[in-house]
Design a protein around this ligand. Structure first.
Ligand SMILES: NC(=O)c1ccc[n+]([C@@H]2O[C@H](COP(=O)([O-])OP(=O)(O)OC[C@H]3O[C@@H](n4cnc5c(N)ncnc54)[C@H](OP(=O)(O)O)[C@@H]3O)[C@@H](O)[C@H]2O)c1
Length: 254
C-alpha cells in the first residue's frame, strides 16, 4: 500500500520542494496552505498520486485540529509529517504589529505542536512514521530585530529534540531541519532580503534535499550548508550575549 505524507506550507519554497521529493518517491500527498488555487494546481500536476488538498490558515486557533479531523474523516493514515509552514518578521519587537507576531507564534509553534501531537499518537499506534519539523539556524541564539521568530524556532528545536528522547526504542522518528537563509518567499515576507544574513542564501532545492535525506534516515538534527553549520557551532560555544550581538549585526542592511 502507498504511504502518505502531510506537508504544511506546500505551495511555496521549501514546502513545495518537499512535495516534489515525496511525490518522486511515490508518496500520496496531503497538502496544506492558505492559497487554494495554488494547492489545486499542484494537485493537478500529480494525477498519478492521491493528492488531498486542505486549504487552511494554520495561524487561526483550532485550524490544525481541523486539518487532522479532515484527514481522519477521509480515513487517511499519515506516514510522514512535514511541519514546514512558517514565517518571520523583521523589526523591533515593540514596533511590529502584535497581532502578526501572535499569529507567528500560533503558526510556527502551536500548529506545529498540535499536528505533531495528533499525528504522533496515530504513528505510535501503528508503530510507523517520520516527522520533519522545520526550525532554522535562528534556533541557536536570540535574534534581535526578529525576536519572536528566533524564539519560535528555538522552541521547535527544543521540542523536537525532546521528542527524539521520548521516542527512543520506537520506530517513529523526529528530525529537525535547521536551514540558514534560503531563497524562497520567506525573505520577502519577513523583509530580510536586503540584510547581511541574506547575502549567503542557499538554493531551496539543495536545502530541502538535505532535510529530506535526514528525515528518511531518521537523523536527529540537520543544519544545512557548511557556513551555517559553522555558525550554529559557534553560537553553541559563544556567550549568549555575544551570539545575540552577532545576530543583530547580520540583521542589518548590507
Ligand atoms: N527561507 C529561509 O531563509 C528560511 C530559513 C530558515 C527556516 N525557514 C523556515 O522554512 C519554512 C518554510 O519557509 P519558506 O522559506 O519555504 O518560505 P515561503 O516560501 O514563504 O513558504 C511558506 C509556506 O508556508 C505557507 N504558509 C504561510 N503562512 C501560512 C498560514 N498562516 N497557514 C498555512 N500555511 C501558511 C505558505 O503558503 P500560503 O501563503 O499559501 O499559505 C507557503 O507555502 C518556515 O518554517 C521558515 O521559518 C526558512
Amino acid at each position: 500500500m502507498k504511504k502518505t505524507a502531510l506537508i504544511t506550507g506546500a505551495t511555496s519554497g521549501l514546502g513545495y520542494e518537499f512535495v516534489k521529493l515525496l511525490a518522486n518517491d511515490g508518496y500520496n500527498l496531503v497538502l496544506v496552505a492558505r492559497d487554494e488555487e495554488k494547492l489545486k494546481e499542484i494537485k493537478q500536476s500529480y494525477s498519478q498520486l492521491e493528492v488531498t488538498v486542505i486549504p487552511k490558515d494554520l495561524s487561526v486557533i483550532g485550524a490544525a485540529k481541523e486539518v487532522f479531523n479532515e484527514i481522519e474523516d477521509r480515513g487517511i493514515d499519515i506516514d510522514v509529517l512535514v511541519n514546514n509552514a512558517g514565517f518571520g518578521l523583521m523589526g523591533s519587537f515593540d514596533e511590529l504589529d502584535i497581532q502578526k507576531q501572535l499569529n507567528m507564534i500560533q503558526l510556527n509553534i502551536t500548529a506545529l505542536t498540535e499536528l505533531t501531537y495528533y499525528c504522533l499518537q496515530k504513528m505510535k499506534q501503528r508503530n510507523v512514521g517520520k516527522i520533519l519539523n522545520v526550525a532554522s539556524t535562528a534556533a541557536f541564539q536570540p535574534g534581535p530585530q526578529m525576536a519572536v521568530y528566533y524564539a519560535t524556532k528555538a522552541y521547535v528545536l527544543s521540542f523536537s529534540e525532546a521528542l527524539v528522547e521520548e521516542l527512543s526504542g520506537s520506530a517513529v522518528t523526529v528530525t529537525t531541519l535547521c536551514p540558514g537563509p534560503t531563497k524562497t518567499n520567506f525573505g520577502a515576507v519577513a523583509n530580510v532580503e536586503g540584510t547581511k544574513m541574506f547575502s549567503r542564501a542557499m538554493a531551496s532545492d539543495e536545502v530541502a534535499k538535505s532535510g529530506y535525506k535526514a528525515l528518511m534516515n531518521g537523523k536527529r538534527v540537520v543544519v544545512t550548508g557548511g557556513f551555517n553549520k559553522a555558525g550554529a557551532l559557534g553560537a553553541k560555544f559563544m556567550p549568549r550575549s555575544l551570539a545575540a550581538k552577532v545576530a543583530k549585526y547580520v540583521a542589518e542592511e548590507k
